[in-house]
Design a protein around this ligand. Structure first.
Ligand code: DOR
Ligand code: ZN
Length: 350
């Protein structure tokens, strides 16, 4: 399909880091201008571990929402070895908790309180399978002897496959998949297993952060892999298959914390994701699949209604001029540079 204008239902972001305080205030307007809802990651310091924590965090998000913006934060809990199945059930019954997030301890930013011994969370997983609430998984092992480029595939083999076999009804989202192994695992699994794909993993491969100097603004976790994996992700995202949907994993860090001898993982894409995706889907001849990926498949998996509002996407000759950084008090967050000019714009249809 090649065209210069089309309308889709308003997108949602099924994996987002909003942070807290000044950072939350700075980044939330970009999400609420572009998305109707987002699954909010719970890796704050300290993490969002109880229903009470999630209730308070939701209130802070709503208080930070710009006037006139409509946005629904979909709250999650951070799974620990001490998570109480009764608290989970209560949060889901209230309609507040939409998913639980499994971080293997040490896998990524603020994951120290994550799970070390997976069997310890089996009682919670059993409860989750019973009540139908999805488990969102950061799918990388953390063993020092496993090469970082193999950590997703090894996670599938050692952790995810056993969980799937033990809890066949558990609904699982493999977050931000980065490999053809992740795509294959999800494709071959039942309807209870899906995956999110980020904007940046559709655009960059590992050369982006390693060739021509080290480029910390392309560093995220899981790290971008070889080109063949990026192509597998593109094929999955543009397939229209209900199992694959957008989760930006937009993860703001102050610029100085990324441009460091030990730079933080995270890429900030909330501000330009929709333009980047339209570019990618057009390159793949799949603009007609963008709505499924960004606006339909996610709500179907989460058993939520699709958004009634729509947006119009259109192509302009002049490239979009977006800021390269966003101010956060005296600091900045660097915006993802896709490496090509963006010509797709969008506006709300009212
Ligand atoms: O790149 C990442 N940044 N990956 C994650 O899993 C966490 C995130 C963050 O919170 O900064
Ligand atoms: Zn994330």
């Amino acid at each position: 399909m090649s065209q210069a204008e089309f309308v889709i239902r308003r997108p949602d972001d099924w994996h987002l880091h909003l942070r807290d305080g000044a950072m939350l205030n700075a980044v939330l307007p970009h999400t609420s201008a572009n998305f109707a809802r987002a699954i909010i990651m719970p890796n704050l310091v300290p993490p969002v571990v109880t229903v009470a924590d999630a209730t308070a965090y939701r209130e802070r998000i709503m208080a930070a929402l710009p006037e006139g913006h409509q946005f629904e934060p979909l709250m999650t809990l951070y799974l620990t070895e001490a998570t109480d199945p009764a608290d989970v059930e209560e949060g889901v019954k209230q309609g507040l908790i939409k998913a639980l997030k499994l971080y293997p301890a040490g896998a990524t930013t603020n994951s120290d309180s994550g799970v070390r011994v997976i069997e310890k969370i089996y009682p919670v997983l059993e409860k989750m399978a019973e009540i139908g609430v999805p488990l969102c998984v950061h799918g990388e092992v953390t063993d020092a002897d496993i090469d970082i480029y193999d950590r997703e595939a090894v996670f599938i083999e050692r952790v995810l496959s056993p969980i799937r076999d033990r809890f066949p009804d558990l609904r699982i989202v493999m977050e931000h998949i980065t490999t053809e192994d992740g795509v294959a695992f999800v494709n071959e699994a039942g309807d209870n297993i899906a995956a999110t794909i980020t904007t940046h993993h559709l655009i960059i491969n590992r050369n982006a952060y390693l060739v021509g100097g080290i480029k910390p603004h392309y560093y995220c976790l899981p790290v971008a892999k070889r080109e063949k994996h990026r192509l597998a992700l593109r094929a999955a995202a543009t397939s229209g298959r209900a199992k694959f949907f957008l989760g930006t994993d937009s993860a703001p860090h102050p610029t100085h914390a990324k441009e460091s001898a030990c730079g933080c993982a995270g890429i900030y894409t909330s501000i330009n994701t929709i333009s980047c995706l339209a570019h990618v889907f057009e390159e793949e001849g799949a603009l007609d699949k963008l709505e499924a990926f960004a606006s339909l498949n996610g709500p179907a998996f989460y058993r939520l209604p699709v958004n009634e509002e729509t947006i119009r996407l259109y192509k302009s000759d002049a490239p979009l001029e977006l800021p390269s950084t966003v101010a956060v008090q005296s600091e900045t967050v660097t915006v993802f540079d896709p490496g090509f000019p963006l010509h797709w714009r969008h506006e709300d249809m009212r």
